[in-house]
Each structure stands twice: as structure tokens, then as C-alpha cells.
Design a binder for this molecule. Structure first.
Ligand code: SIN
Length: 538
């Protein structure tokens, strides 16, 4: 049983900090939402590390939006729906493709400098996009440029207060309404932050897996908190593995952008043979799930732990100019992207599911919103189209702020909320070991390919960790582990339930997509059985 709060507390014993809008997380969703909300309200932006530490910072490929004359929102819509494999919400996708271009203009207005060629925005292509529509910055450092520009704005705006290095432990809720958050400050003291709206922008869950392109901070905090608070969580079985992360002894699983394939790079097995023609007509630019599984099949067939990515047909000047970050990082390990084939393998990259929201980012709890990777707006379905995530954050961030403006302030007086399980002893096993064990279980039994037996094994292994929730937790590493455990259970339960293969969820024992039974979402709610909901993909 997962409790509603990670710690024992009495709200009336805690100091209270009042604001209008609480934003949790500092990736593109958090920064952008905070900036827009601050035009009319006081904002408190809380981040567990710094404004520059988030998944967004590592985004390379770019941001997808229709800006070229030969492109159209209709094409972008078709591509998104096709990649989403029958589980997108078509209305949510309509919003994304029609409002994405305005979102890009807003980022430019706020200081983001996208790459320009011959006086026009430079556009690249990525997997499953029918047109060149990916804007990028400094070649392959798009996320960093966005975070740089937005964090300068955040620091300048008087209506935004930033709490960095603060950890949000839980949301405070009563009768289906969110009142704010329980926060642990740098010195270990805890406070209750109260606001008329709380916007969860805490990002993804790459750290569920041993091999991930995500930074250390991606520990599923937002989705786990919202689940404990009683919000509806949707489609957690869909975890996207990026096909090409650097796979080299001593090197991190550094992302090698899909844009490298977009510019013509090919995949080769360790015998040097191209192989994607065996798997999909779009070859290296097939949807991500297909490329990732094709790579694993080739790795198995050739008994290797990697395949090669080859862009050596391009000139060294082009490679260095277009992919400076990737080039420099590979060089640190003695690999020259312009002359060497780069060893790559798939790694956990993106959580398609999350906190279920409507078209205004509202969750099933009143006054709780979700934006960015932590949310499940319906845009990504079973498989996110490359570079749609940054556009989703700005499009839905704007809508959330519009909705918050219409919300009444919290009533006077504090809710009488307390929680006491009589927890005493802290965790016995070292937290680092627990985390590593969980990540290995998820890779082995609930990874890119799963089956009922492996998933039941995962469930059993994770279930052994449940007593952790009964211990008295005080450190952020402990809260993070509790969040990883919560989210991994949701991934595994959803994956057991979905007896078919679709998008990023591949069941070896049910290898076909089954629209008759499974064009449905899986919903989780604490203390309730999982339920299903028919998809409105049309
Ligand atoms: C990439 O550059 O390949 C990552 C882009 C994305 O995940 O959307």
C-alpha cells in the first residue's frame, strides 16, 4: 500500500508561506509557466536543484512546430497521430499543432535564439516527421538555449520568487482539492506552501532505468506525488527508449540526437551492415520504438552490446558545425563523429504517460495543474513524436495560465490536515543500493520488451520494497527513492494489464496491436483498482 504522504506531520505545526501560484520544477514547462503567470500573479517557483538543472537542458534535436511554407498543421497532426499509435487524443493534438507556432514566437520574444540560415529559421528533420519542422539552437544545444533564455527572464521578474535546492515532499490535498505543497528547505526544515493553484512541472522518470539519457534529477517525483495525492494517472506503461545513446566504456549514456539520423546518418550492426531496411520503410527515420527494438534485435543477433551510428559521409565541417555538443562529447572519449562510427544503444528517454489533464492542463484534483513531461495531455499517445515535448510544454503552459487567472483565491483559514502512521526507524538498506537494484529490475523485467512472466517478477521484486513507505524518511535521496518506487509500480501494473503491443509498450507474449480491445488508456488512482478509458483518437 502506498500512503497518501511520505512523512508524518500536522499541518498546523508547520510554518506557512502564502503565494498565488506554486510552480514545481524548472524545465521548460516550469520556467515558461512561471513567466506567464507572473504577469498577473505572485509566483513561487520551487526546484530541487537549480534553474539550469532539468531534462530540458539536455534536449538536443529541437522543438517541433510548423513554420515552413510547404508544411501545415495538418501534416504535423498526421505525423503525431501516426507515431502515437492510436492512443493520442486528437483534440489535444489539434491544440498542439495549431498553437505550436505561437509558442515558438513566444520563446523567441523571451530571448531564445534559434539557428537561422539565409535569414530564415533553420529547420531539420527527425524520425517519423514528414517535413522539416524542427527548430534548433547552437546546432544541437536547443534545450540549453531555451533554459538559458527563460531563466534570465525568471531571475529578472519581481513577481517570481525562486526557491532552488528545495525539495517538494508531497502535495497537500483535502476532499479532491490541492491546497499547496509540503516543502523541505535547504536546512532540513519543513514548510507548508499555500497557493490558489499548484502547477506540477517536475518532469520525467528516466532514473527508473539503469540506462537513461535523463539526468540524475529525473526521479518521477511529480507523478508519484500526484498519485499519492489522489490524482488520476494515465498510461504509465509507455516509456520511450531513445534508440541512440552513446554506448562506450566509461562514458555516460549521452544522447546522440535523432537529428543526426535526420541529417542522413545510418545505423550499422557490428559487422558493418545496414539493417533498418529489414524493419521499416522509413529506415533510420522510422518511429522511435521501431528503431529501438530493431537495434536490440541486431545486438542480439550479433551478440553485441551496441550498434554503430555512421555520419562519416558528411564533411567534418558540417558535422562540427551542426552537432558541436555531440562532437565535443564524443571526442572526450576518443571518438570523432566525423570520421568514426559511434557505438550506440537504446536508453530510457521519455515518459509518455503521467498526470491526466484536460486541454487546460487541469488534473482530476481541483487547483492542481500539470505541464510538460509529467502530464498526460493526450498529445503523445503510445509513442511521442520526436521534438513534440518542448512544444507541448509551451502550448499547454499558456493554456494553464489562462485558466488559473479565472480561479478564485483560497478561502481564509487553513485546512486541518495531518497524517500519522507512527513511523519510527529510518531505512535500513543503503539508499544507493536500493535505487540501483530498482533500476536493474526495471531494465531486466520491464524494459523495451516485456512479457507477463518478466513483469510479474518485476512486481514481486518491487513489492518487497513496500515496507520502505512505513519508515521515517528525512533525506531527499529517500524521498526520491520512494517516488521511483511509486512510479515503477505504476509502470509495471499498467504493463501487466495491457495485453497487446502498441508504440513503446512491447509485450513478447502479445506481439500484435489489438485495437478491438485495447484502443484504451489505463488509469491509476490510489486506493482504487486500475480502470480503462476509451481513446478519442479518431
Ligand atoms: C533527440 O534529439 O533525438 C531528442 C529529441 C526528443 O526526444 O524529442
Amino acid at each position: 500500500m502506498i500512503p497518501s504522504y511520505l512523512i508524518d506531520f500536522e499541518l498546523s505545526d508547520l510554518p506557512v508561506v502564502e503565494t498565488d501560484v506554486i510552480v514545481i520544477g524548472s524545465g521548460i514547462a516550469g520556467l515558461y509557466t512561471a513567466i506567464l503567470a507572473s504577469e498577473h500573479q505572485r509566483v513561487l517557483l520551487i526546484t530541487k536543484k537549480s534553474l539550469l538543472d532539468s531534462n530540458t537542458r539536455y534536449a538536443q534535436g529541437g522543438i517541433a512546430a510548423v513554420t515552413a511554407e510547404d508544411d501545415s498543421p495538418l501534416y504535423h497532426r498526421q505525423d503525431t497521430l501516426l507515431a502515437g499509435a492510436g492512443l493520442c487524443s486528437s483534440t489535444a493534438v489539434d491544440v498542439l499543432v495549431n498553437e505550436g507556432p505561437v509558442g515558438v514566437q513566444e520563446l523567441i520574444r523571451l530571448g531564445t535564439m534559434f539557428d537561422v540560415e539565409n535569414g530564415e529559421l533553420a529547420l531539420t528533420k527527425e524520425g517519423a516527421h514528414s517535413h522539416r519542422r524542427i527548430l534548433h539552437a547552437n546546432g544541437d544545444a536547443t534545450g540549453y538555449e531555451i533554459v538559458r533564455a527563460l531563466s534570465i527572464q525568471v531571475e529578472m521578474l519581481h513577481n517570481i520568487e525562486v526557491w532552488d535546492d528545495h525539495f517538494v515532499i508531497d502535495l497537500i490535498t483535502e476532499d479532491g482539492e490541492c491546497h499547496g505543497a509540503l516543502v523541505q528547505m535547504q536546512d532540513g526544515k519543513r514548510v507548508f506552501v499555500r497557493g490558489k493553484a499548484t502547477v506540477m512541472c517536475a518532469g520525467g522518470a528516466g532514473q527508473l532505468y539503469r540506462y537513461t539519457t535523463n539526468p540524475e534529477v529525473a526521479t518521477a517525483d511529480g507523478v508519484a506525488m500526484a498519485y499519492r495525492a489522489g490524482a488520476e494517472i494515465r498510461d504509465m506503461e509507455f516509456i520511450q527508449f531513445h534508440p541512440t545513446a552513446l554506448s562506450y566504456p566509461g562514458a555516460p549514456r549521452f544522447l546522440i540526437s535523432e537529428a543526426v539520423r535526420g541529417e542522413g546518418a545510418v545505423l550499422r550492426n557490428i559487422k558493418g551492415e545496414r539493417f533498418m531496411h529489414k524493419y521499416h520503410d522509413l529506415m533510420e527515420l522510422a518511429p522511435r520504438d521501431i528503431v529501438a527494438r530493431a537495434i536490440v534485435s541486431e545486438m542480439e543477433e550479433t551478440r553485441s552490446t551496441f550498434v554503430y551510428l555512421d555520419i562519416t559521409h558528411e564533411s567534418p565541417e558540417m558535422v562540427k558545425h551542426r552537432f558541436p555538443t555531440i562532437y565535443e562529447t564524443c571526442m572526450q572519449y576518443g571518438l570523432d563523429l566525423s570520421t568514426d562510427w559511434i557505438p550506440v544503444s537504446p536508453a530510457a528517454h521519455y515518459m509518455m504517460g503521467g498526470i491526466k489533464t484536460n486541454l487546460y492542463g487541469e488534473s482530476s484534483l481541483r487547483r492542481l495543474f500539470a505541464c510538460g513531461e509529467v502530464s498526460s495531455t493526450g498529445v503523445h499517445g503510445a509513442n511521442r513524436l520526436a521534438s513534440n515535448s518542448l512544444s507541448e510544454a509551451v502550448v499547454y503552459g499558456r493554456r494553464i495560465v489562462e485558466r488559473i487567472r479565472t480561479i478564485a483565491p483560497q478561502p481564509e483559514g487553513l485546512p486541518a490536515i495531518g497524517h500519522n502512521l507512527g513511523r519510527k526507524d529510518g531505512p535500513l538498506q543503503a539508499i544507493v543500493e536500493r535505487r540501483l537494484k530498482l533500476q536493474k529490475v526495471m531494465v531486466r523485467y520491464a524494459g523495451l520488451r516485456r512479457n507477463r512472466e518478466s513483469l510479474l517478477r518485476a512486481s514481486e521484486e518491487l513489492g518487497r520494497q513496500l515496507p520502505f513507505f512505513q519508515s521515517s524518511l528525512t533525506k531527499r535521496e529517500e524521498y526520491e527513492f520512494a517516488n521511483l518506487l511509486t512510479a515503477s509500480l505504476l509502470v509495471v501494473q499498467g504493463a501487466i494489464r495491457r495485453e497487446e503491443s502498441r508504440g513503446a509498450h512491447y509485450r513478447e507474449d502479445f506481439p500484435e496491436r489489438n485495437d478491438g480491445t485495447w484502443q484504451r488508456h489505463v488509469l491509476h488512482k490510489r486506493d482504487q483498482e486500475m480502470t480503462e478509458e476509451i481513446s478519442d483518437d479518431v
